[in-house]
Design a protein around this ligand. Structure first.
Ligand SMILES: CCCCC/C=C\CCCC/C=C/C(=O)SCCNC(=O)CCNC(=O)[C@H](O)C(C)(C)COP(=O)(O)OP(=O)(O)OC[C@H]1O[C@@H](n2cnc3c(N)ncnc32)[C@H](O)[C@@H]1OP(=O)(O)O
Length: 281
């Protein structure tokens, strides 16, 4: 039988963390009632590849957290090896055209919501974060990564032109020269390299410790007026958000044109097959 001691401990724990009522299918949202910080966990096995549905759920979660006046948002993954594998290549290879349009529009929506989020944002990068995974992490204000991870924007290696928001994210985090070279070379960095160039702010030995560091970062704003904070953030990011808005339709059309190209389809097919073969050998 459960002792009254352990029951009271459980009740205390239950009152600290609650799952948000409208938590969606592919993201889990948990709010710590003590700190007011919301954690969004990407939960699309096996590797959190960003398809239409995951992007939709992520957007809903970000907006919900923002509207509920949480104290901050932490983004992490339910997979202990992969934060996110980036865009789901199956959505780009031999795509349904309407779905491909939706995919890109949803990716744009998520970027706008996360990069422009009024709350303090942090990423607990508890696994690899290539391409779209890195895009999500660098949209946040603070990043902690685990040892032996890989992170970077490697689009160019797939023959894809990194969209403008990739550039904004890197310029916001890295010195211009380092950002340009990383994008043009499609570099994927190890944990140590990412820390050394400043792509991440810190390294933690476990997911729990990474989440703790993210909470500590968000807690640094406890005494700051939230409106003044968010308006100051917007002053830094507003020009990027405006330029993005003016180019979003063109970027959508470029993406659709790009993936419609026969050579691009051939390259994506080879790339996808290479990823699968790895597991067969
Ligand atoms: C102005 C606009 C101009 C046009 C611009 C056009 C496009 C720009 C797009 C920019 C935005 C973002 C783009 C992207 O995100 S593209 C996606 C790039 N992602 C990658 O290259 C990651 C590839 N994956 C990996 O490196 C690894 O899988 C890993 C993430 C490190 C995980 O490794 P591991 O734990 O060993 O897992 P597996 O490799 O065994 O993978 C498990 C299964 O998942 C499949 N897989 C992996 N990644 C993807 C993916 N991104 N999409 C779909 N499927 C993926 C893999 O094949 C395995 O499948 P299997 O179980 O059937 O073998």
């Amino acid at each position: 039988m459960m002792s009254s001691m352990s029951l009271s401990r459980m009740l205390r724990a239950a009152s600290v963390c609650r799952t948000m009522s409208t938590a969606t299918k592919l993201t889990a949202v948990e709010v710590n009632d003590k700190t007011g910080i919301a954690t969004v966990t990407l939960s699309r096995p096996p590797i959190n590849a960003l398809n239409v549905e995951l992007l939709h759920d992520l957007y809903q979660s970000i907006k919900e957290i923002e509207n509920n006046k949480s104290r901050g948002l932490i983004l992490t993954s339910s997979n202990d090896k992969v934060f996110s594998a980036g865009l789901d290549i199956n959505e780009m290879y031999r795509p349904d055209k309407d779905r491909a349009r939706l995919l890109w529009t949803k990716l744009q929506d998520v970027w706008l919501a996360l990069y422009g989020c009024a709350l303090p944002t942090a990423a607990a990068i508890n696994g690899h974060a290539p391409a779209g995974g890195c895009l999500l992490a660098t949209s946040c204000e603070y990043r902690v990564i685990l040892p032996q991870c890989r992170i970077g924007l490697n689009e160019i290696q797939l023959g894809l032109v990194p969209p403008i928001f990739c550039m904004f994210n890197f310029l916001n985090v890295l010195p211009r020269r380092v950002a340009e070279r990383a994008l043009v070379q499609g570099r994927i960095f190890t944990t140590e390299q990412a820390l050394q160039i400043g792509l991440v702010d810190d390294v933690a030995s476990s997911k729990e410790k990474a989440l703790e560091k993210c909470s500590q970062f968000i807690a640094t704003f406890a005494q700051t007026n939230p409106l003044a904070r968010s308006l100051t953030k917007l002053k830094f990011r507003g020009a990027d958000l405006q330029r993005f808005e003016s180019e979003r339709t063109n970027e959508l059309e470029s993406f659709l044109e790009f993936i419609d190209h026969p050579q691009m389809q051939e390259d994506l097919g080879i790339y996808l097959e290479g990823l699968k073969k790895k597991n067969r050998n």
